[in-house]
Ligand binder design. Structure first.
Ligand code: ADP
Ligand code: ADP
Length: 236
Protein backbone atom coordinates (compact mmCIF):
# COMPACT_ATOMS: atom_id res chain seq x y z
CA UNK A 1 0.00 0.00 0.00
CA UNK A 2 1.24 3.45 -0.98
CA UNK A 3 0.01 6.28 1.18
CA UNK A 4 0.41 9.96 0.39
CA UNK A 5 -0.50 12.11 3.40
CA UNK A 6 -0.77 15.88 3.38
CA UNK A 7 1.84 16.23 0.65
CA UNK A 8 2.72 19.69 -0.63
CA UNK A 9 5.49 20.76 -2.99
CA UNK A 10 6.48 24.35 -3.62
CA UNK A 11 8.83 25.73 -6.25
CA UNK A 12 9.49 29.26 -4.98
CA UNK A 13 6.08 30.87 -4.86
CA UNK A 14 4.43 28.21 -7.04
CA UNK A 15 2.52 25.54 -5.15
CA UNK A 16 2.84 22.64 -7.61
CA UNK A 17 1.14 20.08 -5.34
CA UNK A 18 -1.10 21.15 -2.49
CA UNK A 19 -2.00 19.04 0.52
CA UNK A 20 -2.65 15.79 -1.38
CA UNK A 21 -4.01 12.74 0.46
CA UNK A 22 -4.22 9.51 -1.55
CA UNK A 23 -3.98 5.81 -0.70
CA UNK A 24 -3.24 3.34 -3.47
CA UNK A 25 -3.61 -0.39 -2.89
CA UNK A 26 -1.26 -2.93 -4.42
CA UNK A 27 -2.31 -4.09 -7.85
CA UNK A 28 -4.31 -0.99 -8.73
CA UNK A 29 -4.08 0.68 -12.14
CA UNK A 30 -4.53 4.38 -11.49
CA UNK A 31 -4.79 7.17 -14.04
CA UNK A 32 -3.94 10.70 -12.94
CA UNK A 33 -5.54 13.29 -15.17
CA UNK A 34 -5.54 17.06 -15.32
CA UNK A 35 -4.37 19.94 -17.45
CA UNK A 36 -0.73 20.76 -18.05
CA UNK A 37 0.61 22.38 -14.88
CA UNK A 38 -1.90 20.62 -12.58
CA UNK A 39 0.91 18.97 -10.59
CA UNK A 40 0.70 15.41 -11.96
CA UNK A 41 4.35 15.09 -12.84
CA UNK A 42 5.50 16.63 -9.56
CA UNK A 43 3.35 14.14 -7.65
CA UNK A 44 4.82 11.12 -9.47
CA UNK A 45 8.36 12.43 -9.10
CA UNK A 46 7.91 12.81 -5.35
CA UNK A 47 6.83 9.19 -5.08
CA UNK A 48 10.05 7.90 -6.62
CA UNK A 49 12.19 10.62 -5.00
CA UNK A 50 13.24 12.40 -8.18
CA UNK A 51 12.09 15.44 -6.22
CA UNK A 52 11.57 15.95 -2.50
CA UNK A 53 8.35 16.90 -0.75
CA UNK A 54 8.03 20.30 0.94
CA UNK A 55 5.52 18.97 3.47
CA UNK A 56 3.73 15.73 4.31
CA UNK A 57 4.73 12.10 4.09
CA UNK A 58 4.75 9.32 1.50
CA UNK A 59 4.86 5.79 2.87
CA UNK A 60 5.05 2.41 1.16
CA UNK A 61 4.29 -0.65 3.31
CA UNK A 62 5.04 1.43 6.42
CA UNK A 63 8.37 2.61 5.05
CA UNK A 64 8.65 6.41 4.92
CA UNK A 65 9.84 7.04 1.38
CA UNK A 66 11.06 10.60 2.00
CA UNK A 67 13.44 9.40 4.72
CA UNK A 68 15.15 6.66 2.70
CA UNK A 69 18.91 7.06 2.27
CA UNK A 70 21.76 5.00 0.83
CA UNK A 71 21.02 1.33 0.24
CA UNK A 72 17.37 1.71 1.22
CA UNK A 73 16.94 4.46 -1.37
CA UNK A 74 18.59 2.31 -4.03
CA UNK A 75 16.21 -0.48 -3.10
CA UNK A 76 13.30 1.94 -3.49
CA UNK A 77 14.59 3.00 -6.91
CA UNK A 78 14.46 -0.65 -7.90
CA UNK A 79 10.97 -1.19 -6.55
CA UNK A 80 9.59 1.85 -8.24
CA UNK A 81 10.24 1.95 -12.01
CA UNK A 82 9.65 5.11 -14.01
CA UNK A 83 8.46 5.59 -17.59
CA UNK A 84 8.80 9.05 -19.13
CA UNK A 85 7.11 10.86 -22.00
CA UNK A 86 10.46 11.19 -23.80
CA UNK A 87 11.53 7.57 -23.05
CA UNK A 88 14.85 8.56 -21.39
CA UNK A 89 16.88 5.82 -23.05
CA UNK A 90 20.60 6.18 -23.69
CA UNK A 91 20.28 6.78 -27.44
CA UNK A 92 23.81 5.76 -28.44
CA UNK A 93 23.70 2.43 -26.61
CA UNK A 94 22.04 -0.62 -28.11
CA UNK A 95 18.56 -1.69 -27.04
CA UNK A 96 19.72 -4.73 -25.06
CA UNK A 97 22.15 -2.63 -23.01
CA UNK A 98 19.41 -0.10 -22.33
CA UNK A 99 17.19 -2.86 -20.98
CA UNK A 100 20.04 -4.23 -18.84
CA UNK A 101 20.35 -0.75 -17.31
CA UNK A 102 17.16 -1.66 -15.42
CA UNK A 103 19.58 -3.64 -13.24
CA UNK A 104 21.56 -0.57 -12.22
CA UNK A 105 20.30 -0.51 -8.66
CA UNK A 106 20.59 -4.28 -8.17
CA UNK A 107 24.36 -4.36 -8.46
CA UNK A 108 27.57 -2.94 -7.07
CA UNK A 109 28.63 0.20 -8.98
CA UNK A 110 31.85 -1.44 -10.21
CA UNK A 111 29.87 -4.07 -12.10
CA UNK A 112 27.90 -1.34 -13.80
CA UNK A 113 31.07 0.50 -14.75
CA UNK A 114 32.58 -2.65 -16.16
CA UNK A 115 29.36 -3.48 -17.97
CA UNK A 116 29.25 -6.99 -16.48
CA UNK A 117 25.93 -8.76 -16.83
CA UNK A 118 25.27 -12.42 -16.18
CA UNK A 119 23.93 -14.85 -18.75
CA UNK A 120 20.68 -14.98 -16.74
CA UNK A 121 20.33 -11.21 -16.87
CA UNK A 122 20.82 -11.18 -20.63
CA UNK A 123 18.26 -13.94 -21.08
CA UNK A 124 15.83 -12.03 -18.87
CA UNK A 125 16.42 -8.84 -20.88
CA UNK A 126 15.73 -10.62 -24.16
CA UNK A 127 12.60 -12.20 -22.68
CA UNK A 128 11.40 -8.72 -21.68
CA UNK A 129 12.02 -7.48 -25.22
CA UNK A 130 10.16 -10.49 -26.62
CA UNK A 131 7.22 -9.74 -24.38
CA UNK A 132 7.11 -6.23 -25.84
CA UNK A 133 7.52 -7.64 -29.38
CA UNK A 134 10.77 -5.85 -30.11
CA UNK A 135 13.42 -8.52 -29.59
CA UNK A 136 14.49 -8.04 -33.22
CA UNK A 137 15.79 -4.55 -32.33
CA UNK A 138 18.08 -5.82 -29.53
CA UNK A 139 21.33 -4.88 -31.24
CA UNK A 140 20.23 -1.58 -32.77
CA UNK A 141 21.11 1.80 -31.30
CA UNK A 142 18.15 2.82 -29.15
CA UNK A 143 18.11 6.33 -30.63
CA UNK A 144 17.42 4.99 -34.12
CA UNK A 145 14.09 3.36 -33.15
CA UNK A 146 10.66 4.92 -33.60
CA UNK A 147 9.02 6.58 -30.60
CA UNK A 148 6.66 3.66 -30.06
CA UNK A 149 9.53 1.19 -30.12
CA UNK A 150 11.60 3.34 -27.75
CA UNK A 151 8.77 3.46 -25.24
CA UNK A 152 8.51 -0.33 -25.43
CA UNK A 153 12.25 -0.55 -24.69
CA UNK A 154 11.64 1.70 -21.68
CA UNK A 155 8.91 -0.67 -20.48
CA UNK A 156 11.23 -3.66 -20.94
CA UNK A 157 13.85 -1.78 -18.90
CA UNK A 158 11.23 -1.18 -16.20
CA UNK A 159 10.38 -4.92 -16.15
CA UNK A 160 14.07 -5.71 -15.79
CA UNK A 161 13.97 -3.84 -12.48
CA UNK A 162 11.44 -6.40 -11.18
CA UNK A 163 9.52 -3.48 -9.67
CA UNK A 164 6.61 -3.41 -7.23
CA UNK A 165 5.24 -0.37 -8.96
CA UNK A 166 5.51 1.41 -12.31
CA UNK A 167 5.10 5.18 -12.43
CA UNK A 168 4.43 6.41 -15.96
CA UNK A 169 4.56 10.15 -16.67
CA UNK A 170 2.56 10.83 -19.85
CA UNK A 171 3.81 7.59 -21.47
CA UNK A 172 1.83 8.07 -24.68
CA UNK A 173 1.83 11.87 -25.07
CA UNK A 174 4.51 11.72 -27.80
CA UNK A 175 3.05 8.73 -29.66
CA UNK A 176 0.59 8.26 -32.51
CA UNK A 177 -2.70 6.51 -31.65
CA UNK A 178 -1.58 3.05 -32.78
CA UNK A 179 1.63 3.10 -30.74
CA UNK A 180 -0.23 4.68 -27.85
CA UNK A 181 -2.56 1.69 -27.81
CA UNK A 182 0.32 -0.79 -27.88
CA UNK A 183 2.03 0.97 -24.97
CA UNK A 184 -1.15 1.26 -22.86
CA UNK A 185 -2.06 -2.37 -23.61
CA UNK A 186 1.41 -3.41 -22.42
CA UNK A 187 1.07 -1.47 -19.16
CA UNK A 188 -2.39 -2.95 -18.60
CA UNK A 189 -1.07 -6.45 -19.26
CA UNK A 190 1.81 -5.97 -16.80
CA UNK A 191 -0.67 -4.72 -14.22
CA UNK A 192 -3.10 -7.60 -14.78
CA UNK A 193 -0.69 -10.51 -15.18
CA UNK A 194 2.22 -9.50 -12.97
CA UNK A 195 0.12 -7.68 -10.38
CA UNK A 196 2.42 -4.66 -10.56
CA UNK A 197 0.76 -1.44 -9.39
CA UNK A 198 0.66 1.12 -12.21
CA UNK A 199 0.18 4.85 -11.67
CA UNK A 200 0.11 6.78 -14.91
CA UNK A 201 -0.33 10.43 -15.75
CA UNK A 202 -2.49 10.89 -18.80
CA UNK A 203 -3.88 13.99 -20.34
CA UNK A 204 -6.79 12.40 -22.14
CA UNK A 205 -9.72 11.32 -20.08
CA UNK A 206 -10.78 8.68 -22.62
CA UNK A 207 -7.53 6.76 -22.17
CA UNK A 208 -7.87 6.86 -18.40
CA UNK A 209 -11.48 5.66 -18.64
CA UNK A 210 -10.53 2.82 -20.91
CA UNK A 211 -7.55 1.49 -18.99
CA UNK A 212 -7.72 2.57 -15.37
CA UNK A 213 -9.87 1.10 -12.62
CA UNK A 214 -9.38 4.31 -10.70
CA UNK A 215 -9.03 7.90 -11.82
CA UNK A 216 -7.52 10.75 -9.83
CA UNK A 217 -8.24 14.21 -11.19
CA UNK A 218 -5.90 17.08 -10.33
CA UNK A 219 -6.29 20.83 -10.80
CA UNK A 220 -3.98 23.56 -9.50
CA UNK A 221 -2.03 21.04 -7.43
CA UNK A 222 -5.07 19.62 -5.66
CA UNK A 223 -6.97 16.36 -6.00
CA UNK A 224 -10.41 17.32 -7.28
CA UNK A 225 -11.70 13.84 -8.12
CA UNK A 226 -10.87 10.34 -6.94
CA UNK A 227 -13.06 7.45 -8.04
CA UNK A 228 -13.94 4.97 -10.74
CA UNK A 229 -14.52 5.81 -14.39
CA UNK A 230 -18.27 5.32 -13.99
CA UNK A 231 -18.38 7.63 -10.96
CA UNK A 232 -16.60 10.21 -13.08
CA UNK A 233 -19.20 9.84 -15.83
CA UNK A 234 -21.97 10.22 -13.26
CA UNK A 235 -20.36 13.38 -11.85
CA UNK A 236 -19.90 14.98 -15.28
P1 ADP B 1 4.46 18.86 -18.61
O1 ADP B 1 4.20 18.26 -19.96
O2 ADP B 1 4.51 17.88 -17.50
O3 ADP B 1 3.59 20.04 -18.30
P2 ADP B 1 6.50 20.84 -18.63
O4 ADP B 1 6.90 21.24 -20.01
O5 ADP B 1 5.62 21.70 -17.81
O6 ADP B 1 5.95 19.37 -18.72
O7 ADP B 1 7.82 20.58 -17.76
C1 ADP B 1 8.93 19.90 -18.27
C2 ADP B 1 10.01 19.89 -17.21
O8 ADP B 1 10.32 21.21 -16.79
C3 ADP B 1 9.59 19.15 -15.96
O9 ADP B 1 10.69 18.37 -15.51
C4 ADP B 1 9.25 20.20 -14.95
O10 ADP B 1 9.58 19.79 -13.63
C5 ADP B 1 10.12 21.37 -15.39
N1 ADP B 1 9.43 22.65 -15.18
C6 ADP B 1 8.15 22.91 -15.42
N2 ADP B 1 7.84 24.18 -15.12
C7 ADP B 1 8.99 24.73 -14.70
C8 ADP B 1 9.34 26.05 -14.26
N3 ADP B 1 8.45 27.01 -14.14
N4 ADP B 1 10.62 26.27 -13.91
C9 ADP B 1 11.52 25.28 -14.00
N5 ADP B 1 11.25 24.03 -14.41
C10 ADP B 1 10.01 23.77 -14.76
P1 ADP C 1 1.73 18.58 -14.85
O1 ADP C 1 2.58 17.36 -14.80
O2 ADP C 1 0.33 18.34 -14.37
O3 ADP C 1 1.77 19.26 -16.18
P2 ADP C 1 3.77 19.74 -13.20
O4 ADP C 1 3.84 18.90 -11.99
O5 ADP C 1 4.79 19.55 -14.28
O6 ADP C 1 2.32 19.62 -13.79
O7 ADP C 1 3.81 21.26 -12.76
C1 ADP C 1 3.00 21.81 -11.73
C2 ADP C 1 3.41 23.25 -11.50
O8 ADP C 1 4.71 23.31 -10.93
C3 ADP C 1 3.49 24.10 -12.76
O9 ADP C 1 3.07 25.41 -12.43
C4 ADP C 1 4.96 24.06 -13.10
O10 ADP C 1 5.34 25.20 -13.85
C5 ADP C 1 5.60 24.04 -11.74
N1 ADP C 1 6.89 23.34 -11.73
C6 ADP C 1 7.09 22.02 -11.99
N2 ADP C 1 8.38 21.71 -11.88
C7 ADP C 1 9.02 22.87 -11.56
C8 ADP C 1 10.38 23.21 -11.32
N3 ADP C 1 11.35 22.28 -11.39
N4 ADP C 1 10.67 24.48 -11.02
C9 ADP C 1 9.70 25.40 -10.93
N5 ADP C 1 8.41 25.17 -11.14
C10 ADP C 1 8.07 23.91 -11.46
Amino acid sequence: MLEIRGVTRRFGKTVAVKNVDVKIAEGEMVGVIGRSGAGKSTLLRMINRLIETSEGAITFRDLEVSKLRGTALRRWNRDCAMIFQQFNLVPRLDVLTNVLLGRLNHRPTAMNLLNIYSREERIQAIAALERLDIAHTALQQAGTLSGGQQQRVAIARALMQEPQMILADEPIASLDPLNAKVVMDSLADINARDGITVITNLHTLDTARHYCSRIIGMAHGEVVFDGTASELTAAA
